[in-house]
Design a binder for this molecule. Sequence first.
Ligand code: MG
Length: 420
Amino acid sequence: MPVFALCDANNFYASCERVFNPALENRPVAVLSNNDGCIIARSNEVKALGIPMGAPWHQYKALCAQHQVTVFSSNYALYGDMSARVMRCLATFTPNIEIYSIDEAFLLLNGFESSHLVRYAEEMRQIVRQWTGIPISVGIGPTKTLAKIANLIAKKRTTSGVFDLCDRTGQDHVLPTITVGEIWGIGRRWAAKLKGLGIHTAADLREAKPAVIRQELNVVGEHIVHELRGIACLELEAIEPKKTLMVSRSFRHLVIAEPILLEAISAYAARASEKLRQQRSHCGGLSVFLQTNQFRPSPQYKNSCVWSFDCVTNDTREIMHAARRCLSALFKPGFEYHKCGVMLLDIAPDTFIQNNLFQPKDHQRCDALMATIDRINQRMGSGTLRFAAQGMRGDWQMKQQWRSPRYTTRLKELPKVKCQ
Ligand SMILES: [Mg+2]
């Protein structure tokens, strides 16, 4: 029988901020979305204030001030790097790991003595905390769905942060206390439908006839029934390189001028190319979009355009050139632009590259140049070496009023220790 552990970082973004600012421990911390629009991460203290996930910042500003909530703009450089560290720690505990999201991973713990599982999970928690500073919770179960539920219990109802839902007695005890809406994979629509059928809890769903659930929901719903019964339908999934890759942002201020839009799209193209090379892939084309803010009463315009390359590429120069050509084709004067973005298409791994018969490209030379750029930016901080087209002004850059330093990825922003 397989054994899954779901490891999930507690209030991940808020925890990352606390690692480098321990004074925030046990104090309310909130993190805002891009352009400081909504609250997207909350420490337990903020949750206790009744501030919901996704709350618009301007509506909750006063409440946050009143309760002295420390507010941060999102710092994805920090969160991404901390996530990689947490995952590297977890990977030392099993050869079989699936990174499910920025702060969650499924670990397959087959072959470990069942009596030792909890102790092993406690060790994971302790090591991750010690090596990275991030608190995690671990849920253990015979299926992914049960491991998810176990994690929920570990987080909300234990102080140890570990919960084992492997044996039937434990499941019988816990499942009646879990509403269907809390089950992994059951969204609001399905939850409402199940309630209509008189199925309110995870225990009810476990007892439901799989065929009926298949009919009412679909085969995925049926799998959930089996998973709740302890029959694994879902395996660990290998991380596959993404098939499309998007970089887009809304601007800090509305933008009217084409040169500024061109700088923005060049920067997004550079970032997308870098991500593409990180996953050892190339793309066959790209699409660029440009739009005004549909929520404003000003004249509206929205358009997109696709480019396909003669020969697949992951060369920033070619991708940037194409993105700029697309943007110029889309641009119409007289509008106030709010957002643009680039999406790379037809992504495939670097293992096989079809060259162009008529204009063969020296791939090795391009690869060497790109690898050099990436290496310098990795060592010296991203954006150290960049294309002039990306501009220096950054007028279009996101509003990040309260972003913490990028402690782990920029030498200049390393935390400083004062000796008295
Ligand atoms: Mg989490």
